[in-house]
Design a protein around this ligand. Sequence first.
Ligand SMILES: NC(=O)c1ccc[n+]([C@@H]2O[C@H](COP(=O)([O-])OP(=O)(O)OC[C@H]3O[C@@H](n4cnc5c(N)ncnc54)[C@H](OP(=O)(O)O)[C@@H]3O)[C@@H](O)[C@H]2O)c1
Length: 244
Amino acid sequence: MNHNLEGKIAVITGGGGGIGSAVAESLGARGAKVALCGGNNLAKLEATAAKVTASGGEAYLLPGNLMEDSFTTNCIEQIASHFGGIDYLINNAGMALSCPFEETTMEQFDQILRLNTRVPYQLCQKVLPYLRKSQSAEIINISSVVGHLGYPLQSAYAASKHAIIGFSKSLANEVYNEGIRVHTICPGGVFTDMVKIARPDLSSEGMIMPQDIANIVLFFLENHGNAVVDEICVHRAGKEPFAY
Ligand SMILES: NC(=O)c1ccc[n+]([C@@H]2O[C@H](COP(=O)([O-])OP(=O)(O)OC[C@H]3O[C@@H](n4cnc5c(N)ncnc54)[C@H](OP(=O)(O)O)[C@@H]3O)[C@@H](O)[C@H]2O)c1
């Protein structure tokens, strides 16, 4: 069964970033209503909102720091009351860190675990009451290939991305009988600001593009038949296959 995304209500965190912006625009092009939830760079959020609107969707801007409890506690309710419900949550906002294990401070560890794991966990909790009222409820949590692997210098990031997969599996098993699907996407290097900072040695050639990840999100949301894909791992063409 193919789902039409027209009029569906999607929450996406980090919608001003590379992957988030591509996902938001793709949902807009399908006629979805997109809440851009969280982000510190207002200009980037406004640019994404303009793309969503230009592509035929509706955008609702909710800038704010997802690290602050006052924001994460209330944002889902605010979005639901603005649009009148929520069908999809896409936990995309995240941060990376490239640092030797022994030099990673506990403050850095706490920060990365907070944004990459605790925030998605909390938003999943907050969104479930609304998803229960939807006929097409889905949560998509963006992990990473580092959610399965352990590259050097990425211990804190790897911990956070393993953890989001762990809780997603558990949550998926708690709610699938209610018709709520929970997916994870595990990308390799995607050409965004994050990878430009974390891996300045990599050139754009051979990189995954943000639109490639947006296409996977569309696949999850549109294919709602009896064949369910839980997770998609995607690596750069130049990397070794099946190395998860
Ligand atoms: N790029 C890759 O190679 C790659 C690979 C695997 C997985 N991922 C994952 O994909 C997701 C998106 O990353 P990206 O590559 O698109 O990176 P990006 O362009 O740097 O986007 C990250 C987004 O997260 C937002 N964000 C960061 N801190 C925040 C905070 N405290 N509160 C609210 N929003 C915050 C940023 O907003 P502001 O800019 O406004 O702060 C930005 O919109 C992340 O979860 C990342 O771990 C990326």
